[in-house]
Design a protein around this ligand. Structure first.
Ligand code: B12
Length: 384
């Protein structure tokens, strides 16, 4: 749990010798440990840098067990081919790897595409390898949309194999409401944990009543969709004219912007890393590691201070290496251009011209239509 890996192989081996099957070590103590990490992390008592260390230890332990698990299953005839992947944008793989091991132990041949797998690679591999099941894993919210995209592509490309959805952020309701409607050619099933993966894989592939299983899942998901549709309420958006009327009005009559140091583009090549280092804004760095607070006060924060100090020390060491060994090359481009608003858009003019010249570029923005729950003018956001 604390991410101390010094004795992990010896400890895992000791647990393996006590267990009847090596898989029990994963399903028992290791999963218990990860659940504690998840709970501590979720309740703000543990922070991301420590979670990375715990996850690394878990992976070391699993890596030690895999050869023993494989040795046990040698010679078992294949129950079917399963492609597993953590979807594009997501790096969580502990759960997916466990599912792979558990299915592997039950005679399934596993093709594991790892993490951050784009839809095109998943489907190309599934077709080439003639897999019987596609299993997607995802633990962050954006993965939910990516899984939907994969399902949509499966429909377009004429797949009919079962699609299994798993990972802590996925749910039966999301699978029913957002994913299943995109893929009607094959069953779509949410699997809550690895132990159920074997049962579900067996049901969708081998049981005589696999059609009955698929139909009962489809029926249940239809019920969930109906219940969800009843609950959904319309988002409270302002009408567009009201949002536009509420725009920010800058007082240009009483403000003279300072002249920029140069006009047009300035390129910076191989910029001195030691100098750049002095300008790092550390607060977003800590936010990325989910440590809330402003730098440097965060280093003395009663809750996250210790984790922040350790992380800061590690970061400084890495920066020393980056600067000394020239690991990175800093290159940048900056430019100052005249600009003006036209409706919701922003026009950018060539350097040295004005608002009567033909624009160099038009940047499209949309007026924010979120209801006036917030005080003050609405801001615009770029359409990317
Ligand atoms: C470990 C961990 C990490 C590790 C991952 C290491 C690794 N190699 O996997 C690291 C530190 C790298 C990490 C990074 C991040 N994480 Co993280 N992480 C976790 C944590 C603590 C545990 C996840 C885990 O491994 N659980 C144990 C496994 C066994 O469970 P599981 O994955 O759910 O798998 C089981 C089932 O779901 C199922 N299953 C899973 N996949 C599949 C697939 C199929 C086909 C089937 C059938 C079943 C199945 O079977 C498994 C076994 O039973 C969770 C918290 C939590 N409680 O889940 C946060 C969590 C998932 N992380 C989170 C976040 C926000 C991040 C970061 C964005 C943080 C950041 N600011 O950078 C990044 C993500 C970067 C990215 N682009 O993906 C959030 C996600 C919130 C959200 N809804 O978006 C969580 C929920 C934490 C939280 N409470 O905020 N994380």
């Amino acid at each position: 749990v604390k991410g101390i890996g010094d004795h992990i192989i010896a400890d895992t081996e000791e647990a393996r010798l006590q267990a009847e099957h090596p898989i029990e070590v994963i399903e028992g103590p290791l999963m218990d440990g990860m659940n504690i990490v998840g709970d501590l992390f979720g309740s703000g008592k543990m922070f991301l840098p420590q979670v990375v260390k715990s996850a690394r230890v878990m992976k070391q332990a699993v890596a030690h067990l895999i050869p023993f698990i494989e040795a046990e299953t040698e010679g078992v005839s294949s129950s079917g081919k399963v492609l597993l992947a953590t979807v594009k944008g997501d790096v969580h793989d502990i759960g997916k790897n466990i599912v792979g091991v558990v299915l592997g132990c039950n005679g399934y041949e596993i093709i594991d595409l790892g993490v951050m797998a784009p839809a095109a690679v998943i489907l190309e591999t599934a077709r080439r390898e003639k897999v019987d099941i596609i299993g997607l894993s995802g633990l962050i919210t954006p993965s939910l949309e990516e899984m939907r995209h994969v399902a949509r592509e499966m429909q377009h490309q004429g797949f009919d194999v079962p699609l299994l959805i798993g990972g802590a952020t996925t749910s039966k309701v999301h699978t029913a409401v957002k994913i299943a409607p995109e893929y009607s050619r094959g069953p779509v099933v949410h699997v809550v944990d690895a132990s159920r993966a074997v049962g579900v894989a067996g049901s969708v592939l081998h049981e005589r009543d696999s059609a009955g299983f698929a139909a009962s899942v489809a029926e249940e998901y239809e019920r969930l969709r109906n219940a969800h549709a009843g609950r959904s309420q319309r988002r409270n958006l302002q009408p567009l004219p009201a949002a536009r009327a509420n725009r920010l009005r800058a007082d240009w009559q009483n403000y003279t912007p300072p002249a920029p140091a140069f006009h047009g583009v300035c390129s910076l090549e191989k910029y001195d890393l030691a100098e750049l280092r002095e300008y790092i804004d550390w607060s977003p760095f800590f936010h990325t590691w989910e440590l809330a607070g402003k730098f440097p006060a965060i280093l003395d924060d009663p809750t996250v201070g210790k984790a922040a100090r350790n992380l800061f020390r590690d970061a400084q060491r890495m920066l020393d290496c980056i600067v000394e060994k020239g690991w990175l090359e800093a290159t940048g481009v900056a430019g100052f251009f005249p600009a003006a608003r036209r409706g919701d858009d922003l026009l950018v003019f060539p350097a040295g011209t004005g608002a009567d010249a033909p624009p160099l570029a038009t940047l499209h923005f949309s007026a924010s239509r979120w209801s006036a729950r917030r005080a003050g003018p609405t801001s615009a956001s770029p359409i990317t």
